[in-house]
Design a protein around this ligand. Sequence first.
Ligand code: NAD
Length: 479
Amino acid sequence: MSEQRFSSYIAGQWVEGDGSHADENPSDLDVPVGHYGTLDAARAAQAVDAAGAALPAWSLSNPQQRADILDFVGSEILARKAELGRLLAREEGKTLPESIGEAARAGQIFKFFAGEALRIPGEKLASTRPGVDVEITREPVGTVGIIAPWNFPLAIPAWKIAPALAYGNTVVFKPAEIVPGCAWAIAEILSRSGLPEGVFNMVLGSGRVVGQAMVEHPKLDALTFTGSVPTGHALLKQAAARALKVQMEMGGKNPLVVLADADLDTAVECAVNGAFFSTGQRCTASSRLIVENAVYDEFVARAQARLAKVRVGDPLEAGIDIGPVASRQQLDTDLSYIQAGHDDGGELLAGGGRVEGKTKGHYLAPTLFAAKPSDRIAREEIFGPVAAVLRADDYEHALALANDTEFGLCAGICTTSLKHATHFKRHAQAGMVMVNLPTAGVDPHVPFGGRKASSYGPREQGRYAAEFYTTVKTAYTAA
Ligand code: NAD
């Protein structure tokens, strides 16, 4: 397995790329998952050329052909979910059950969009002019660039690639640098799915080189990006300068409000799961726990007791709750925020440092600080197992704290009050709201996305994906 080499895929051919970069296993730094070569800008541009050349035929392809191909891909991913989950767990570090669950999710998404390929809607309206017919149809948006992060290396590519192909677009997919193995696995299945050459391309390399070459290519018609706010906003400016259609899913600093009337067992489970599972590396993680004063001490005591039982370690080992941080770079970020928590005067309630594993890995204890709303750990996205707990006087104060952020991806509340749950669902400034559930954990067939700095452009997933992956045409015919 350590000898495996991951290549790019352009115009139906595997392309080796330059160099031999180690695909690191964050839970065992001595044994890489494999090696990969990176592309230069010229070869990334060739991938966009290939997608552009394949577009005319594919955009007019039979929807049954597209459905059959996506169904094949979904079935294979589902049949191989244990093997693909294992690859994901080794490469990204989430636990094996979480990884297998993500692989299954990716397969289900391909199957959902297999169905959608056969359900592309249109409308026919009466014209305001006599003797004229008006039809509204959806056509593919064109050649779509996909730039993805590392934290869901199977599911996020799936929820971008599947709708792109279902609606008749061609694709150039650029994964994050640290997950070439999962990207290769997806490309390998697509390479055997019956897709005409050039319809799907996958390019390995750095964002600055390969990602930039895609975004600057005149034949790219649309860009869907998931990643951090700084990268997303920089790409947004470039896209605006050339009027490129974009969809951007970016960071979060998601609040979980715990009211005095909450079932505290539920609240603690929601908090620990939402803040720390998947090593806190979810854009939907509840990194701000906002707890009403009346239950603050009890909530903190129960959360500490629960965290003391959480097991950090090798994601392939049974009984492990939290795997390693995905990379050295992310670990350094997490440690710098732990330092910032101390520097800003926060009180460390749990964790606070690295954990020894059986192997050399980026293990970090789930870390909880009592913090002030102005502290950096309570305001900035960390993207690791580090969360802040804040005090709220009452529901109104909790809601104000929840909304006091530049982000707006999701927001959660634990309460037994229908009145407060209903009010929160309406007034939380977020694209997704959870009541008595962890902020992380969503369904694959309904819209996903946020507000404020967290998102820009149409929603992802479910039928709402059509907004981005298609463009509308209005046709008039003299009857
Ligand atoms: P990142 O912004 O560092 O990188 C994301 C992707 O952009 C990578 O593929 C990277 O190579 C590429 N990239 C970087 N610079 C580029 C450039 N100049 N031009 C073109 N491409 C470039 O993010 P990351 O560290 O991979 O992922 C973590 C971030 O993703 C977090 O902020 C997290 O909240 C966010 N995220 C958001 C969602 C969501 O749906 N809202 C989901 C998952 C992750």
